[in-house]
Design a protein around this ligand. Structure first.
Ligand SMILES: [Zn+2]
Length: 347
């Protein structure tokens, strides 16, 4: 039995050249852990932030990135709950929660006091094998492929948490999905339609706008045009939308706020174009606007979204699949914003 594996190693920060394939020892599962043969691993923006050295804390190098893992269990560590066996087709939650703290015990395990993230605080899925905690496993039905699961496991629960859990989206409301062609946007459009909302999405090219209409968006506006929030207002009879789904940050923040109706809600989970935004308090209180923070998704959100995927109510949108040696190219697909949906590594 071979005891090593191929992995796309991050050996230096500062750009895609820091990634290269090497043979490394195959990890072994410890207490309450399993070893998974990786069949697909989604590329997440956090991978690129770590690669570029832009995170507040960085893992020691060399490091294996990748938090969105799906595959087959090949070895079960000591102390795991009965029922998990080699051969099981699974997806692993990117967040590793302790299960013990107050947040975990009250159903808010996305904000666990002892939170760790796969591929950030532990070696991730840009490899043939990865060790993950049994606590974060979800069994996949045969109808859901590893590629689909890897494309959904990070962004799906995040989108669900934003729209349903935190955003309280109701039937008949209008939601504005910023950057609808992104990995999270394509799922948010489908989740919002499933919830009975009218969906206005934004996209930066004609081909992306067409694609988003095919995915179910009712209207799509061009966020490259100046003052695009005026188009959003026109589409809502001058009123503005009930909920804005914001994950871009500085570049879209002002227009996102301007797109809200009186009493509207803005839910935000990210800001890869910049975290520092300005907020004018006058419209905030005069229009009774709510600004809501949202962080990833809970185990409950994960189960909800995979239930919807298994029933065919929400579909993964995979822009492309790449081998381990193409990890840098795969990340570039995400960075240059040419992709619609998720980019996935298939080791
Ligand atoms: Zn916890």
């Amino acid at each position: 039995m071979t005891t090593d594996m191929r992995a796309a190693l991050l050996t230096s920060t500062g750009g895609p050249d820091g990634l290269s394939v090497a043979r490394v020892p195959r990890p072994r599962p410890g207490l309450e852990e399993v070893l998974i043969q990786v069949e697909a691993c989604g590329i997440n923006r956090v991978d690129i932030l770590i690669r570029d050295g832009q995170t507040p804390t960085a893992p020691p190098l060399p490091h294996i990135l990748g938090c969105e893992v799906a595959g087959t269990i090949v070895e079960v560590g000591p102390g795991t709950r009965p029922g998990w066996l080699p051969g099981d087709h699974v997806v692993s939650r990117p967040l590793m929660s302790c299960g013990l703290c107050r947040a975990c015990r009250t159903g808010h395990d996305n904000v666990c006091d002892n939170l760790k993230i796969l591929g950030v605080d532990a070696p991730g899925g840009y490899a043939e094998f990865v060790v993950v905690p049994q606590r974060g496993l979800l069994r996949l039905p045969g109808t859901v492929s590893a590629r689909t699961a890897a494309a959904v496991v990070g962004t799906g629960p995040t989108a669900w948490h934003m729209l349903v859990t935190r955003g309280r989206l109701q039937v008949g409301e209008t939601v504005l999905i910023i950057a609808g062609a992104s990995g999270i946007g394509v799922l948010a459009i489908q989740i919002a339609k499933r919830a009975g909302a009218r969906v206005i999405a934004t996209a930066g090219s004609a081909s992306k706008r067409e694609r988003l209409l095919d995915l179910g968006a009712d209207e799509v506006v061009d966020h490259m045009s100046e003052r695009w929030h005026r188009q959003v207002r026109q589409l809502t009879g001058g009123e503005g939308v009930d909920l804005v789904f914001e994950h871009v940050g500085q570049a879209t923040w002002a227009s996102s706020i301007s797109s809200l109706r009186k009493g509207g809600r803005l839910v935000t989970c990210g800001g890869h174009t910049g975290f520092d935004v300005s907020l004018n308090l006058w419209p905030l209180f005069a229009k009774e606007i709510e600004v809501i923070g949202s962080f990833a998704g809970t185990t409950q959100d994960l189960h909800q979204v995979f239930g919807a995927v298994a029933r065919g109510e929400v579909s993964a949108v995979v822009h492309g699949s790449y081998g381990l040696e193409e990890a840098a190219l795969a990340q570039r697909q995400l960075e240059d914003r040419s992709s619609v949906g998720k980019v996935v590594l298939v080791p």
